[in-house]
Ligand binder design. Sequence first.
Ligand SMILES: C[S@@+](CC[C@H](N)C(=O)[O-])C[C@H]1O[C@@H](n2cnc3c(N)ncnc32)[C@H](O)[C@@H]1O
Length: 231
Amino acid sequence: MPGSDASVKNLPLLPMNSPNLIQFDSAHFDSRARQWDDNPVFVERGLKIAQAVRESVPLNRAMRVLDYGCGTGLLAFPLKDEVGAMLLVDTSPGMLAVAAEKIAAYGATHMHTAKLDLVADPAPTEKFDLIVTAMTLHHIPDTDRILRVFHELLAPGGHLCIADLDREDGSFHGIEVDVHHGFERDDLAARAAAAGFADVAFRTVFSIAKARDNATRDYPVFLMTARSAAL
Ligand SMILES: C[S@@+](CC[C@H](N)C(=O)[O-])C[C@H]1O[C@@H](n2cnc3c(N)ncnc32)[C@H](O)[C@@H]1O
């Protein structure tokens, strides 16, 4: 079962911020932004996550949506005609520039971008009905903090949808890269509950195949859904 491999369970969740490891900072994502949408795996991943979101959350055109770590908008754009105002947030100006060009090309006047780090910067004062985030949680050192910020940003009863890697041994990015090595589902569920979320549920939505050690290895991607409950 995804996330239940005994060899990777119960490893510490916070291996990040080591000065000896490679940082995937905003310059790293800036350098990849122009080619991001050329990767068919990234495109398909966004479509599969969007499908799982619409199967899990009753979407409507009044919903205010935040996509955190939006990149070029590969999750946001497939949902754009089913929700209301969308704020696409990222720390990479290069990613945000590509997303903004796509917004203009679609004439999607209900979509906007913002450069924001919700852990370091003051949070927006507006509330959201849905927060989605794809493949970004593993880049954020303080998981508990960002879950609390998400909870503060959601209107009562609002939905949180997190897509990310199941716990792996570090080979997805390479152990020299300073990211979380995916998440153990029970552990993330407990952290979400502690942040004030209810109805936490998981499903597998995608699998990323990578060549590793002369073989092909699959890295499952989950969607965690939860609702904001009063603390
Ligand atoms: C693996 S990419 C995923 C992009 C997009 N969600 C997708 O699925 O194609 C991770 C994204 O998270 C952004 N990111 C990393 N750390 C962040 C932070 N602290 N706050 C907001 N965005 C961040 C990166 O700039 C990058 O665009």
